[in-house]
Every structure is written in C-alpha cells, then in structure tokens.
Design a protein around this ligand. Sequence first.
Ligand SMILES: *Cc1c(COP(=O)(O)O)cnc(C)c1O
Length: 383
Amino acid sequence: MSPLTQNAGRRLSAADHRRLDELFARFEELGPRCIGYPCNRDWDYSELYRFLSFNANNVGDPFQGSLYRQNTHDFEREVLAKFAEFTRADPGAYWGYVTSGGTEGNMYGLYLARELHPEGIVYFSEQSHYSVPKILRLQHTRNIMIRSQGNGEMDYDDLRETLKLHRDVPPIIFANIGTTMHGAIDDLDRIKAILAELAIPSHYIHADAALSGMILPFVGDPQPWCFADGVDSISISGHKLIGAPLPCGVVLAREAHVDRIARSVEYVGVNDTTIGGSRSAFSPLVLWYALRRLGDGGLKEIVDRSLTSAGYAVAALRDRGIDAWRGENSITVVFPRPPEALIERWEIAPDRDIGHIITLPHVTTDAIDAFADDFASALAPSP
Ligand SMILES: *Cc1c(COP(=O)(O)O)cnc(C)c1O
C-alpha cells in the first residue's frame, strides 16, 4: 500500500459524523438570518473544490516566484493587478499580496509605515477597527487615538490639535475608509489639508478599506480613498463584499516603500516580504474566480443593488418610527441599539448605543421588511 493510502481504512465514528451533520445544519439555519455582518453569501465556488485535494501553498512573494511550485502566484498576481486598478495604483509601481483578511492587511500597512518612519506616531480614531490597537501593541509603535464624531468620522479638530503638539515626528495616518460600525469614511482631503497647514514635511497614510474598498470603485462620486488620492497602502477584505468560504483579503502598497524594506531569505528561495510564511493558495484562486466570473459589470451590480437595498432599509425602518440613517456611498444602515432578543435573532453586532445591518445582496427586501417589523413590534408597548 502506498504511504498516501495507508490510513484509507480508517473512518470517523458515527457520533463524529453526527457532529458534522449538526454543524452543517447549524450553518444552514444561521446563514439567511445573518444581516448584521458584511459577508456576501451570494456565490458558488464549487468548480474550485477539486483544488482542495492538493498541498498547495503560496509561501513567499507573489512577484518573485518560489521553489515550492504547487502555488497559485500567477493567479494571485492577476488578482492584485485587478485590485491595483480598483485602487488606482500606478501600473508597475505597486506591490501587494493576498492576505488572510483585512487585519493582516492593516498590519502590513502599519508595519511598512513604521519601518519607513521608525519615530513615527500613528493616529487612528475611536471608530477604527479593533485590530488596530492590537497591531500597534504588537509592533510597539507610538500611537494616539483621535476622537470620533457622532457619524463615525474622525474629529478633524482633535486631529489638528494633536498633530500640532507633535510636529517634529512624522505622522502615520490610519484612515478609516468605511468604519465597521457606521460605514464612515475619514475625509482624506481634510486630513491632507491639515498636514499642509501645519507644514508637516513627511507623512504616511494607510487606508483601511475592508468593506468600502469594494464599493467605492463602482460608484459615480467616490470620496477620496485610494492611491490616486495620496494613500501609501490599502487593505481590503475579500470575504466581505465579494464573499468567500474562508477569510481573505488584499493588501497593496507603493512599490518604492516596499523596496526600501525588503529582506531576502534563502530558505525557500523566496523574498520574505509577506507577514505570513506559508499562505493560502486557495484564497487567491477564489478571488480570481469571483473577479473573472463577475467582471466589473457584475461587481457594479452587487454594489448598485446593495446601495439600493440600504436606501430601502433606511426608509423601511423610518416608516416604522425607527431613527435609521447611513453615510454617503455606504451600505451600512445604522439605528439605535435594538432590544436583546432582536440582536440574537438577527445576528446584529451592536456597539454601545447603536446597531447596524449591512445590506449585501443576500439581504432581500423581504428580510429587511421582516426585520423592520420585528424591530417595531419589539419597541411597541405590549398591550
Ligand atoms: C472587517 C474589518 C476589518 C478586519 O477585517 P478582517 O478581514 O476581519 O480581518 C478591518 N477594518 C474594518 C473597518 C473592518 O470592517
């Protein structure tokens, strides 16, 4: 018997099979009610499942090639080229890779910034993703949290006053391009104007565009957010708007920055430029498949539909006396924190006094109406 099949006779016990069946049933039941998290469920990657029968691995820099040849680096580079287009990077002057998610992309951006400006101070806001303080602690980078406004955007006056006190140190701006809770986009024009006003000579801007990074390329009037608007690196999640069976994302940065910090290692014949060592070869394939199958037209359709649903949800909730709102170009519909029973039933992720739903394509108008009805009756005084 070949070593590959020597354990072929071993099977899961009946009890273990039952556990898997129960897990499957649980996922099937929860899926349709998940309206509080930004995970598109409208996809089918079954054509790719056969690739799960290989020990594929994208270890190393996707642009350098690797001695480990069961990889999808060529597909990964095509995915990055497409995201470079979305984020208006200069062709041939960007670098990046497919990450394990938005958090790793933020970590890469902040790592790059810190290597370029070892003395730099990171400015992020109260509404920045929870991964940010953790990353800053890991990297031991100096940082200051800036207040947020009620709509989730950074408080620019607080930013100006804080920067003023530290004009001798290069600022590293962590810009929220769609906050998790409000979908709020920090105003890069205002931030750049403040840096100019204070005559700060050198700075770095990282854009955390986990969800909105897949919305803004497809709207008519995007807020400033991308390389063309002066950012140095961008992180976007793959499993959010595009949807994927496993978490993934993309990070892109200006190539000149990356070249300055590249370190070469011999071990697997690759440049060790990524944060992870061994990396998924499957998620680049998933993203490639989605991008190819949908095309720009299909992606725009998802965005249009989600924006229309968001408008519908705001109206549906307001019709029932619930004070809902959303930001410009945002599919995150914000409302006062609902009663606990509702939070559980609809998988709403609340934060202090607010809650939200995110109207990706699987969140149908029927689901929105059902949620709004449920919300209204939970608030109504019992007869
Ligand atoms: C979801 C999210 C992240 C983190 O992304 P993961 O893919 O979950 O690691 C970062 N920033 C924002 C604003 C997010 O919404």
